[in-house]
Structure formats: C-alpha cells, structure tokens
Ligand binder design. Structure first.
Ligand SMILES: [Zn+2]
Length: 437
C-alpha cells in the first residue's frame, strides 16, 4: 500500500529534511519512506496537496477529554470555580457512558483539528468500568492516543491496582509502543498527597516502564520540584504540566533530569496560574511543549494554543519565533511522550502522521511565509486532510467513517443528564461559588 502526498508546501519540522516550497511525501505501509521535490511513484495512490501546506500532525500532551460535554461553559471561570464545577459538582454523576462519549468526541475533535497524537489525562473516576469506557473510546477514534491514568482530584486512595490492571490490558501496545494506543500514569504531586505516596508511584512507574505526567503550580511559597528532587523523584520520562511560578533553580533541576514541561497557555493566563513558562523554560535549556487542558474554558486546537503562548511571551519579553511554536506543538511534544522516533516530524522512517492545511481559504490567503501564516492565522477550519500512520482519517474537511450526528446526540443527552443530576443550569448563568476558606 503506497500513497503519495503530492505537490504541497512541505514544512517537515526535521532540520535534515527542511522545508520544500513544492514537495512530495511517499508513504509505504503507513511509514514515510521518502520526502523530495519530486518523487516518481506511478503505483501510489495520489493525495493531491497542490499548493497546500503539508506538515506533521500536532501533538497535544495533556487534555482532560472527559469534560468535552461542557465545552465553553466555563469560559469565565477562575481555577477554583473550574475545580468546584467540574470535579466537585458534575464529576460524581458521570457514568461509564458519559466518559465514553465525552472521550470519543474529545478525541475526534482533536483529530479534526489536526492533532494526530493526544494524551488523554484521565482523572474523572477511579474504577474499572469508567476507565475501560475511556480506553474503548480512545481505541475507537483512529488517532494515536495515550491513556494517562490518574488518580481523582484530591483523591488519596492508592491507584496501584488500577495502574497494574490497565497496564496488563494495554500490554500489547504499551510495552514496545507499537500500537496507536499506549499508556502513561498521571501522578499525584507533593501538593496533593504525601511524598511517600508519590515515591511509591514513581517506583512502580519505573518498574512498569511507564511515562508519567504531573500537574504543578507554585505561588512562590511552595517548591514542588525541589521537594521531588530532594527525594530523587525526578525522571526524564515525566512531563510537568503548567509549572507556573517555580524557581529558576527548579527549572534547572527539570532540565538536568531531562524532564519535560507542558504549557496550557490560555488556561494558565485565564485561570490565574501566572505567566506561561515558555521563555523561562527555554532559558533553562528545556524545550517547552503545548497542551489544551480543558475545553470548558478554552479552544481545543493547537493553533489557538500556539497563538496564546506566542502572544504571552512576546508580551513578557519579545521572545520566540513562529517556528518555535510549531516545534513545541509537534516534535518537542512528541519527544515528551517518548514517541519522537515514530511521530512529530515528516522524516523518512517515521509513521505518516501528517496534516494538509488549506492555503486558499480567505482567512489565510495569500500564504507567503507558510510558518508565519500557520502560527498567526491558522485555525482548525483549514485542516483539510489528516493521516495517522498513513491512514486517511479526515478528507476534504470531514472525518472519515464517523457518524457525528449520532455521537453528538449522545453527548447532548449526557450533558443534560449530568447537569440535571448535579442540579446545575445550562442557560449561561452557571457560576460556581467556592466556599470561602
Ligand atoms: Zn490538567
């Protein structure tokens, strides 16, 4: 099975391949085998990309897709309001069906916007039926996905048994990372639980060979990274989410450990976490990555995340170039997931996780500097074609083989049922009021 993406503006995100103003990409058995100005492959199925941008699919390394049914509801919320609304109010009413349909449409939405790899940071409920519902959804959506199993919010119960169970269930694809669905562990941090529990979780992750992800934010009075460092718990397989406010010495500890950092710029700015760490991370020698986090509050596409991170950093110090943002959202994020040998750039030998972005749409036309246009004017409506491991999952602007209306009816029913059970209004006036402490 051969296909040839022909005649596109190739932005490879691989320095050895570079950019091609007019280039072809040959795919054989799902793997990129050649990238060149012109490739002669008469037996290949041709995907015409004439004049459009051909680039690696985006990688979102942190999204809580179980919240998809509440998209846009929390646009005004602060972080305490979000926590009270999503974790404190609606989450207890989630059934496995609610988890399934929200995760499935969350993953499909990401694919639709060109995110070929997505880490689903699961913290909706602890229990096999809910977890299996999320896993089933990620298997159904034809993307490259990582099920990142975390403990519940402020939940101190041990999760070792859940981790071992899911690890065994996904053993066929997790061990050698050969399949599209793999697993990671969403660790609790030292602000959530005792350092002994964190240590136990890190040791078990080491034993099972699992990559990990951990949320941290500091207001300057806490030193979460330093505490982990003192206990020997920093790993090059851990992605630290947000990390706003940590000290320069802590950033250096992360860089020395080879850890990754995931920035959700819109969420961090809107919800009061502080300035995104993009520039400070770079100064410490870390490659930042970008993530969506929660769609009740922000848009679910990487174009928005790139733009927010770019604008925020320019506002702070005038730093960054458009190409930096593209790297954060593709190859750097792939590396943070341990998947850079397979995805994140258009490189011969990697899986063909590729998107084709329209250049003739009035919202981006004319494209003179493709990278600049992608980052300054790109949006999901321009994503015409999406391939995952060579398989076309979106064509002519529409997901292939997905019955969206039926799924959307299920999501509406789920949203309304949960809201009724939780006693929340969906008329635009829902503003959770955290108790004063
Ligand atoms: Zn998060």
């Amino acid at each position: 099975m051969k296909s040839l993406i022909a005649g596109g503006i190739v932005i490879s995100m691989d320095p050895a391949v570079g950019d091609l103003p007019r280039g072809d990409v040959l795919i054989e058995e799902g793997v990129i085998t050649q990238v060149d100005e012109r490739i002669d492959a008469p037996d290949a199925e041709v995907i015409d990309a004439g004049g459009q941008i051909v680039m690696p699919g985006f990688v979102d390394n942190h999204r809580h897709s179980w919240q998809s049914a509440y998209r846009g509801v929390g646009a005004d919320w602060t972080f305490p309001e979000w926590a009270l609304a999503m974790h404190g109010t609606v989450k207890p009413h989630y059934t496995p069906e609610d988890v399934h349909v929200a995760t499935l449409l969350g993953r499909l939405e990401a694919l639709h916007s060109g995110i070929t790899t997505m880490l689903d940071w699961y913290h909706v409920a602890q229990g096999p039926e809910h977890e299996d519902a999320a896993i089933a959804a990620l298997r159904e959506a034809p993307g490259r996905s990582i099920f990142c199993l975390g403990a519940g919010w402020a939940d101190h119960r041990p999760v070792d048994d859940d981790i071992r169970r899911v690890h065994a269930a996904l053993a066929d694809t997790t061990a050698d990372r050969s399949g599209l669905l793999t697993m990671a562990w969403g660790l609790r941090g030292v602000e959530d639980t005792s350092v002994d529990i964190v240590a136990g979780e890190v040791m078990l992750a080491d034993e099972l060979g699992l990559r990990t992800s951990l949320h941290i934010v500091s207001d300057g009075t806490t030193r979460p990274v330093a505490e982990l460092h003192e206990h020997g718990l920093l790993r090059n397989t851990t992605t630290f989410v947000h990390a706003n406010g940590i000290g320069d010495d802590e950033l250096q500890m992360l860089a020395d450990a080879g850890s990754s950092i995931s920035i959700s710029p819109d969420v961090e700015l809107k919800m009061g976490f502080g300035a995104p760490m993009t520039g400070r991370a770079l100064a410490a020698g870390l490659r930042p990555t970008l993530s969506i986090d929660v769609v009740p509050s922000v848009a679910g596409d990487m174009f928005s995340a790139m733009r927010a991170a770019f604008a925020a950093q320019r506002g702070l110090d005038g730093g960054l170039r458009a190409r930096d943002l593209l790297a954060f959202a593709t190859i750097d994020a792939a590396r943070s997931c341990g998947l850079d040998a397979r995805t994140g750039s258009i490189t011969p030998g990697k899986d063909a996780d590729i998107i084709i972005v329209r250049t003739d749409d009035p919202t981006i036309f004319p494209v003179t500097d493709p990278v600049g246009s992608l980052v300054s004017a790109g949006h999901p409506g321009l994503v015409d074609t999406v391939l995952v491991a060579g398989r076309v999952v979106k064509r002519d602007g529409a997901l292939v083989g997905v019955g969206l209306p039926a799924l959307q009816s299920r999501l509406i029913a789920s949203r309304d049922r949960i809201a009724a059970a939780a006693g929340v209004r969906l008329d635009g006036t829902w503003r959770p009021q955290p108790p004063r402490t």
